[in-house]
Ligand binder design. Sequence first.
Ligand SMILES: [Zn+2]
Length: 160
Amino acid sequence: MSTYDEQEYQRKYRAEHRDEKRAYQKQYGIDHRATILKQHKEYHKTNYVPHPKQPRPMEERFWEWVNKGGTNECWNWKGAPNVWGYGQIRDTNGRYGKKKLAHRISWIIHNGPIPTNILVLHTCDNPLCVNPNHLWLGTHKDNALDMCKKGRHTKGGWGQ
Ligand SMILES: [Zn+2]
């Protein structure tokens, strides 16, 4: 003996009367599904907002993370630094973008592309700084010399 199940009954009843209901709606010109679809389309036409994950240019995202100060002050990066203490930004937005160094991006934005094997170095020794006035281009050798000159080699910093 099977027990009575209200939900099962409702489901069966609705299935049996579905065609009947549709025929009735058609007869009186009420096409419920078409109405819903129309409303849905209208809604998306009038309330269209771009998806937040749409790619935004690097420069636009860059400035949102900079604590911009005076020309001779350090402009600290607001985002989380990498293990060496340098600010980082992804080349495309979203989590699949490759991480780039923020001060290098700052150089590219202000002065154009960086030649290969050339480093962007800080005059202020503040790895979080992205102020273009505190950045200069140098080789690995320049960086090592600079490091010795400022006594940074004893602290174990790499510069970048
Ligand atoms: Zn600085």
